[in-house]
Structures are given as C-alpha cells and as structure tokens.
Design a protein around this ligand. Structure first.
Ligand SMILES: Cc1ncc(COP(=O)(O)O)c(C=O)c1O
Length: 485
C-alpha cells in the first residue's frame, strides 16, 4: 500500500517526477487533442499562470475578506452577461465549470417550482437527447426527473416532440447552443416560445458556445438567436475555461432576474460556526480560477477574442471541407461553429479513430450515431493539414481492414446479436479484453473499436453501466511508485 513518504523530498525531485509523468499525456500544445484543452497561445498561458498563482491561496467563499475577488467575479459575470443578451436585471455567478453551472440551473428551477408550483411533487425537466449529461447528474442529485426527447434528423431539438413531452409536472426545458455531440444549435427561439406558452423555465446551455458564438456572429457567420435576449430564455450558462480561454475551473451561470438567481443560493443561519452563505455548489472557491478568468478577459478584450475566433472558424471550415472531400466519411448535421462530429455510413468510425490514435491524435468516441468528436481550437490551425493527411490514411486502412476482426464484425452489425447467442463466459471475456485494450500501454487508449463494438452490442445497457462503474472504481488504484520512493 502506498503511504505518505516518511521523509521530505526535494522540490527539484518532486517537480522532475511530475514532469516525467506528463510524458504520455496528450500533446495538446501541438494541436493533437480534439477535446479537453482550449489553447489560445503561449502569451495567454503565461498570463493565466501568473494571474492564477497570484491568487492561488485566496478563497472566494468570503468576498468580504477578498474585495479583489469580489470585483473580479462581479466584472467577469457582467462582461459575460453583456455578450449574452443580458440587461440591467441579469444576475449570475462564477462556478467551477459547465457541470456546476448546469447543476445550479436545475437546482434553481427546482426551488422556483417548489414555491411557485407547490402542487408539483415530482418535478420534470425536458432534455433533447443531445443535452449534456450534467443535466442528468443534476436530475439525479436534486430529485428532478429528466425526460429525454429524441432529436430530429438534423440532430437539433425536435420542437414537436419536446412539446409532446410537456406534462403538468414540467418545470423546465433545455436547449443547447450548441450541443456537444454534433455542435448544432437547438432552435432556441422556438423552444423559448414553448416555455413561455407553458409558463415554465428555459435554460440555454451555452457552456461550449457562450464565449464563441457572439464573436462568430460578429465575424459574419450566420448564428441564429440563442441568448438571454430571446424572450422566454430564463437562464444561460457559458464556460470561460472553454472558448473563454480561462484557466480550468471557470464558468458563468446567468439568470434573467435577480429574483430567480436568489433561489440558487444556500444559507445556513444556525450553525455554531456562524452564519454561512454560499452562492454555488462549492464551499471554498479557488481564487486563482476567478482571477485568471478576469485576467484573460481583460487581456484579450473583444479584439483578441475576435481574432482567435477568426482563426478557429477558418480552421474549422478547412477541416469540414477536408473531411467532406474524403470518400466514406462525413460531418454530421450542420455545426454552427467549431464543434463537429465525424461519422461514416459504411466504415467503422471507431476503427478510423484507432488509426488516428496510433498516429498520435486524441479524439473522443461518440455513439448514437457512432462518430468521432472534434472541438477545434487555436492550436489546430497549425495541425489541421497533418490531421487531414492522417485522416485520409486512416480511412484507407479502415476500409482495407474493416471486415477482418470479430470485434469489428460485432461493431458493424454483421453478426449483430452475436452476444445473445455466445456463451456468457465468452461475452465477459471479450468485454474484459475490450477493456484491457482500452488501457493498453497504460496511457492513452490505443484500440477502442473493439470495446465500443462490445459496448454497442451488449444486450443489456445495465451491463455497460456496471463496466463503466468498474472502470471508475479502478481509476484511483495506485499504479506507480510516488516521487522519492
Ligand atoms: C454543452 C456542454 N455543456 C456542459 C458541459 C460540461 O462542462 P464541464 O466539463 O466544464 O463541467 C460541456 C462539456 O463539454 C458541454 O460541452
């Protein structure tokens, strides 16, 4: 069992071990990662590091103790509101990320319904199937029932289906601007109208688009209305640690009115430790994340965000055209900005993903339909040509080998239902193998087509759930000796 080192280790040693530990991490600076990291240049990174470390000990829980953080948060919220159709009545807070912002939106809706719709004992919220799972997490945490509605053929929320899902228990509907899986914009004005008709709340999840779409529109690309300026939108979330290029741990949740925002707060007045008030989920709030967000917004300003958005959009357009030019693959739907899904009608897209992984690219795998995910950022301007060249090769290889393996066969459905007739032991061995393949090399996944093939074919989704829970369970298992031992 690993223990705390009995003796001190030199800072030099500790840092050297940490640097070495990064060796197998994805090389996002070189534009190899298509998710997780939003890079906008070394000058921004240097500023973030300095701003973050300047405030890394400070705690945003008590703004009275740190008027600096109070000012930063208030200004960050106001700047974000000004980009997203806010007015004098708009109120919001910084949170640790998109998930926390969405948790807050759902918690606020529940409190709103408790006081304005006391007859509702089992509140429901309606989600297009593409809405981020953080809404399901919120539903799970706060006892709100999530109703999932299939999206239309263009992957956007289906208004009629959303309307049909409304019941007397509905307290909120949700739309995304854009949705993560295919990067398409839900029909926000129509959804807002629906919400108004039923006098319910409407949250727009602009976590990924909130700091990008305003600039994309200014650059002249068509962006339908999506923000607080649309009558009926009652709250909106925008992540600063995505296209806002802030340090991780920074998002904004905004409400149409202060009254609505008030329902988000938590206060405990009887604690022996004193009166405790907390605006969001977290208790201690990292000062560094608040400070770094303020720093980057002031450093870049409108000019900086526009110029980065211009580069990102030109790169996204180039990638889209390049993908469409490769026979056998395509971009799904009509992405509104720089987030898109890469799919195929005939080829095993996961096999293509594995070929790309072998070439050093880190792409998320998606399902329903099977696809690879691309979140384009500034770093991809330099790597897009190589990406497209490698993609051409990966598609060619996938075409040649796509019918060679059992796992593939399972995936492409040639023997769909095989898991129903194979003995249970073989199914579990295959799944185990698939999971082992995922972790092959101990670093980034090398071959995931087999695993996704198995997952897609397991007759029982509960089994998939268990397998993923096992994976989570295993993540905190210590693998290597710590520094100095
Ligand atoms: C549309 C959307 N909403 C919410 C989130 C959750 O954000 P976070 O990972 O910062 O919690 C994401 C993350 O990718 C997202 O794309």
């Amino acid at each position: 069992m690993i223990t705390l080192p009995p003796k001190r280790t030199s800072a030099e040693n500790v840092l050297a071990t940490m640097r070495a530990a990064r060796a197998r991490d994805v090389r996002w600076r070189e534009g190899k990662a298509w998710s997780l990291v939003f890079y906008s240049g070394d000058d921004v990174l240097a500023l973030l590091q300095e701003a973050y470390t300047m405030f890394f000990s400070e705690n945003g829980l008590n703004p009275m103790a740190f008027p600096s953080l109070k000012k930063f948060e208030a200004e960050v919220v106001a700047m974000t509101a000004s980009l997203l159709g806010g007015d004098e009545g708009t109120a919001g807070n910084m949170t640790s990320g998109g998930t926390e912002s969405l948790l807050m939106a759902v918690k606020t809706a529940r409190e709103w319904a408790r006081s304005t719709r006391p007859a509702i004992t089992q509140p429901e919220m309606i989600l297009p199937a593409t809405a981020h799972p953080a809404f399901d997490k919120a539903a799970h945490y706060f006892g709100v029932k999530a109703i999932h509605v299939p999206v239309a053929a263009d992957f956007r929320a289906d208004i009629d289906a959303m309307r049909a899902a409304i019941t007397p228990n509905t307290i909120m509907i949700v739309g995304s601007a854009p949705s993560y899986p295919q990067g398409v914009l839900d029909p926000i004005p129509e959804l807002a109208h629906l919400a108004r008709e039923h006098d319910i709340l409407f949250h727009v999840d602009a976590c990924v688009g909130g700091m990008m779409l305003p600039f994309v529109r200014q650059l002249g690309y068509p962006v339908p209305d999506f923000d607080l300026g649309v009558p009926g939108v009652t709250s909106i979330s925008a992540d600063l640690h995505k296209y806002g290029y802030a340090a991780k741990g920074a998002s904004v949740i905004l409400y149409k009115t202060r009254g609505l925002r008030r329902r988000q707060f938590f206060v405990s007045t009887d604690w022996p430790g004193g009166i405790y008030a907390s605006p969001t989920m977290m208790g201690t709030r990292p000062g560094g994340a608040i400070a770094a967000a303020w720093a980057v917004m002031n450093y870049l300003g409108e000019e900086g965000y526009l110029s980065i958005a211009d580069t990102v959009m030109k790169t996204a357009t180039k990638l889209r055209q390049g993908i469409e030019a490769i026979a056998g693959i395509k971009v799904l739907g009509q992405p509104v900005m720089s987030v898109m899904a890469l799919g195929s009608d005939g080829l095993n897209i996961y096999e293509i993903g594995d070929e790309m992984t072998a070439r050093g690219w880190y792409l998320d795998r998606q399902q329903y339909p099977a696809s690879l995910h691309l979140t384009v950022n500034y770093a991809h301007a330099a790597s897009a040509d190589q990406f497209l060249a490698d993609l051409g090769e990966a598609v060619a290889r996938a075409r040649r080998f796509s019918f060679g393996k059992l796992a593939n066969a399972v995936q492409v459905g040639l023997v769909r239902g095989v898991t129903k007739i194979l003995p249970e032991k073989l199914v579990s061995d295959l799944t185990g193998r698939a999971l082992a393949l995922l972790g092959q090399g101990g670093g980034l996944p090398q071959r995931s087509a087999a695993m996704y093939g198995m997952m897609a074919s397991l007759p029982n989704r509960g089994d998939v759930n268990e397998i993923v829970l096992d994976l989570l369970d295993g993540l905190t298992r210590v693998e290597e000796k710590p520094a100095g031992n």
